[in-house]
Write a protein that binds this ligand. Structure first.
Ligand SMILES: C[S@@+](CC[C@H](N)C(=O)[O-])C[C@H]1O[C@@H](n2cnc3c(N)ncnc32)[C@H](O)[C@@H]1O
Length: 290
């Protein structure tokens, strides 16, 4: 107890002495998706159909899947590549509709869940799920018919990694194959600084009493938002500091980046093609053809 109290005091001083404005990507820049405990807690959020914070809710996913199926011209037997597939909620549904699917994600609990979900749906023979960092994957020459990279994950990578990932996906597609990427609309991104706090004893940040302090900074020169979370675990005095960076892209910039990565044509769908998504207006869907 004494030890926890002195750790709490040290943690409060660390918070007090924090860097005033964190620079993007200097101390991480993504959630710890691949940490086993975090991944397990995040899985609960993915599967919680009362909100769409980690994965979209079922009806929204179905609207997206139906739209992509048609835009990609998918048919049973086609092979889909789901990059950052999470717990396989899109991939397994695509397999139920007849596709073969390869999903990659570095969240251990998500990949385990995706495999179990495929089995439960009776489509495990059509699905392959790989636990890997997509920045290090190599699926070149696999001749996928289509690929998806959903819910803004391209934006949590530094520009050079994002470009390299798009090029890697292009190399994995067959000629004429299509990629759908969804990204936040740069014009609609919140460009203000803010801060917040809350306490809880269960949730994404931990399963024992904790204090969460959050700050958000908008870097207008580089069009990046940086969120800094300090999570102070009250029983142990441990302090977790997590930075989440999001690179915003203008439409022209994104189209140029996709073409630079090896795609020949890019169609742009503002407001997520006007699908009935609660936050559609904040997103742009891009469909690029190799
Ligand atoms: C917001 S979730 C979306 C998951 C899924 N696409 C969906 O919509 O249900 C983002 C996913 O990206 C994965 N992710 C983020 N960065 C990654 C990386 N570098 N390599 C592999 N997976 C990554 C996370 O593990 C997480 O499952």
């Amino acid at each position: 107890m004494h030890d926890a109290k002195s750790k709490l005091t040290n943690a409060l001083w660390r918070i007090y002495n924090r860097m005033e404005r964190p620079s993007p990507w200097t101390t991480g820049g993504n959630l710890p998706w691949n940490d086993p405990d975090f991944s397990q807690r995040m899985l609960r959020e993915h599967l919680d159909e009362s909100h769409g914070a980690a994965s979209r809710q079922r009806a929204e996913r179905e609207a997206q899947i139906g739209w992509m199926w048609q835009k990609f011209g998918l048919q049973p037997g086609h092979h889909l590549f789901d990059v950052t597939c999470g717990p396989g909620l899109y991939a397994v549904e695509m397999a139920r509709r007849g596709c073969r699917v390869t999903g990659v994600d570095f969240g251990p609990a998500s990949i385990d869940y995706a495999k179990a979900l495929a089995k439960k749906a009776g489509v495990d023979d059509k699905c392959s799920f790989v636990q890997q960092d997509v920045r290090r994957m190599d699926f070149a020459g696999r001749d996928f018919d289509a690929a998806i990279l959903l819910y803004g994950q391209l934006a949590v990578m530094i520009r050079v990694e994002a470009g390299a990932l798009l090029a890697q996906i292009a190399q994995a597609l067959k000629p004429g194959g299509k990629l759908c990427v969804e990204l936040l609309n740069q014009e609609k991104v919140d460009k203000t600084d803010s801060s917040w706090w809350f306490t809880d004893d269960a949730g994404l940040w931990g399963d024992a009493p904790f204090l969460h302090l959050g700050e958000r900074f908008w870097d207008d020169d580089n069009k990046i938002s940086v969120e800094r979370y300090q999570i102070l675990h009250l029983e142990t005095g441990r302090l977790d500091e997590i930075h989440l960076c999001d690179q915003a892209y203008g439409v022209d910039e994104m189209v140029a980046m996709m073409k630079g990565a090896g795609f020949t044509a890019v169609d742009v769908y503002p407001a997520w093609a006007e699908l009935p998504l609660y936050d559609a207006d904040e997103w742009v869907a891009y469909v690029a053809r190799k």
